[in-house]
Design a protein around this ligand. Sequence first.
Ligand code: ARG
Length: 457
Amino acid sequence: MWGGRFAEGPAAIMREINASIPFDKALWRQDIAASKAHVAMLGACGIVSDADALAIEAGLDKVAAEYEAEGVPEDWDLEDIHMTTESRLAELIGPVAGRLHTARSRNDQVATDFRLWVRDAMDQADAGLLELQKALVTRGGEHAASIMPGFTHLQAAQPVTLGHHLMAYYEMIRRDRSRFHDARKRMNECPLGSAALAGTGFAIDREMTAQALGFDKPTVNSLDAVSDRDFALDYLQAAAQCALHLSRLAEELILWASQPFSFVRLPDSLSTGSSIMPQKKNPDAAELVRGHAGRIVGCLTALTVTMKGLPLAYSKDMQDDKPPVFEAASLLGLSIAAMTGMIAEATFRTERMREAAELGYATATDLADWLVREAGLPFREAHHVTGAAVKLAESRGVALDKLSLVELQGIDGRIGEGVFKALSVESSVAARASHGGTAPAEVQKRVAEARKALGMA
Ligand code: ARG
């Protein structure tokens, strides 16, 4: 492509280190679409003849059909997808192919192709997350009144409902989707026509190419347009945060599936066995979701560090922008799909959860609240009295509501018969009806809102 200026060809190692075709061939659809939009615009603006524009467009269609049928050939001498396509085009239609690159550089070309690819990746993440939200809302609605222990420090804290717990993840995924939406809106400007870095002397119509490729408008600074990879970083940041949420959920499923917890049975279809221990059923899909989150954060770190300190405009370092984005997108897609399957198919062992909620004195706060409400104690004093009751129950090895009234009154004479109603796990969760609380009625309300927001019946 630049033989005119060079006395000798590249060393073998130059060809190898320079080649991005092994990974950027994934951009072939975007590259063809952007080239077709570009040449149609060149034709409309009279920069190439209509006949040449049509010949080039038809040729590009042929190249695309070949790629579709046989895959993209990998010739390191051609470096990347842009030169691979242009070279094949020239083989197919002859020297007229050379007119395609008028008023364009690979710098604005790759910036455009990559934006188109990342935009699709954002849309795919959003579609996958919608399915995960539907699964969470469905299971959350089923279990709006199923009682489980709520934890802080992984110690039994207060009873909550499983529906409330699942809907907590719905909220996280709602924010993840909004991050992808924000990023998509911000990035939807077309760099094509910025050329190498300074713009072009040809009278091109950038609005036309922007529109043809589904962008809201053309970018406004050519230097920024060819050296900006914020859109990829925005994608990776949203992906990393989403992966982090999936990883927390995965961690809980792994813990819940362990024998001491036995809160959940994960579907066989998303578990594996052991080659030596016949009894084993391992939560591998959940573990890989947890593991993939680490790799996705690594992808974000990789591109962040690549971009740091690059002077304007394009530098070849930026060719390294694609592998971390491609890798993160593939890992995130798998993670979302695996998690959706696990949530949809999990068997929640609600009787076990309920039993566990009754252990660990999780209704102690309800006793303290009762003392405040019914006996007029200041909360700190009620906290102290309740602590003594827990101590006594623990020494007897019984639950709080299994202490007798006489025993409780021995701790504080102001405790009355009515307290027992407050000490059951049902009344504990039902009492927490503050906005956003765990009371089954509140959870149902939130589930109904969510179903509406997702367009579910
Ligand atoms: N393969 C290059 C990349 O992916 C295309 C842009 C090359 N531009 C250049 N000035 N060498 O970044």
